[in-house]
Design a protein. Structure first.
Length: 293
């Protein structure tokens, strides 16, 4: 069974991620989507040990009623979205199982809990682009999940037009994590039979050519059923070069592996994954390596 965790907040970018998730299930006979909405009950964190006068008590009662109404509205929105996606999937001839899950709590923490419970093969989330993310210094739920999740995360840009996956670009950095990631990539997307372009971007020439040939030999043994093309590209800005090459080659998805980062690097050297989330107009599939950089 192919399990997809799909966190939603009823925004336009979230809706687009839902459409993308449905498109992935069209060729997968036993797909299961958990449609997750996280509702933060800020009153649960209130300190109720401090005596309150009548005016404060009245205010808290009103606030609690508003909160209850907001929570009920969010539950109704989730069910409406659930029914809409069911109708769309059935109309497309898909029999995907869609399970709505409503949970109270901070989104990043709830998503982590649901990953442990549901054990998804992939997490799919919408992104809003450079203006919205950079303004909050990567404080969004999506970028936090990218940092924390051990499960592959697929981000879908707000204005990306959903289409079939026929060509995938994987950015390699020549470490062991790439072999595992590309093997998983080929298995995840096997129903779509996409062509996979494995590229490395640098200016090191002969040394990188040797590494690329070694990677090719390793992958030939593990992904024989999924032909992969390999290429070296020159460039100083990896994110920019990937975006340009992806557009030129008309790829449908860019994939890469992100690593655990030291405190220094996480502050002063943003990961390639973060840069790509900011700048790419293509869906981005991010694998996670426990290796620290």
């Amino acid at each position: 069974m192919f399990r997809i965790l799909l966190p939603v907040d009823f925004s336009e970018s979230s809706d687009n991620a839902c459409e993308y998730a449905l498109s992935l299930t069209e060729k997968v006979p036993n797909a299961h989507i958990v449609l997750l909405h996280c509702f933060y009950d800020y009153l649960a964190d209130a300190d109720n040990t401090i005596p309150a006068d009548e005016e404060v008590v009245a205010s808290e009662v009103i606030t609690e009623r508003v909160l209850y109404r907001n929570q009920a509205d969010a539950q109704e929105q989730l069910e409406q979205l659930h029914q809409t996606l069911l109708r769309e999937s059935r109309a497309a001839g898909s029999h995907v199982r869609i399970e709505p899950v409503f949970m109270n709590g901070v989104a990043e923490e709830v998503i982590t809990e649901e990953v442990s419970r549901f054990k998804p093969d992939i997490i799919i989330m919408g992104t809003k682009g450079e203006t919205n993310i950079s303004r909050s210094f990567f404080g969004t739920v999506t970028t936090q999940v990218i940092e924390d999740a051990k499960t592959p995360v697929l981000t879908v840009p707000l204005h990306h037009e959903v289409r079939a996956i026929s060509k995938v670009l994987y950015a390699t950095n020549f470490d062991q994590a790439d072999v595992n990631a590309i093997t998983t990539l080929a298995e995840l997307l096997a129903p779509f039979k996409p062509s996979i372009l494995c590229v490395h971007i640098s200016n090191d020439g002969d040394e990188d050519q040797e590494k690329l040939l070694k990677l090719k030999d390793e992958l030939t043994a593990t992904t024989a059923a999924h032909p992969i093309q390999f290429a070296l590209l020159e460039g100083d800005d990896v994110a920019e070069a990937l975006q340009a090459f992806g557009s030129k080659q008309a790829v449908d998805l860019i994939a890469l592996t992100t690593h655990e980062r030291s405190t220094w690097n996480s502050i002063f050297k943003p990961s390639l994954a973060k840069k790509m989330v900011l700048h790419t107009n293509l869906p981005l599939l991010i694998f996670h390596s426990s290796q620290t950089v």
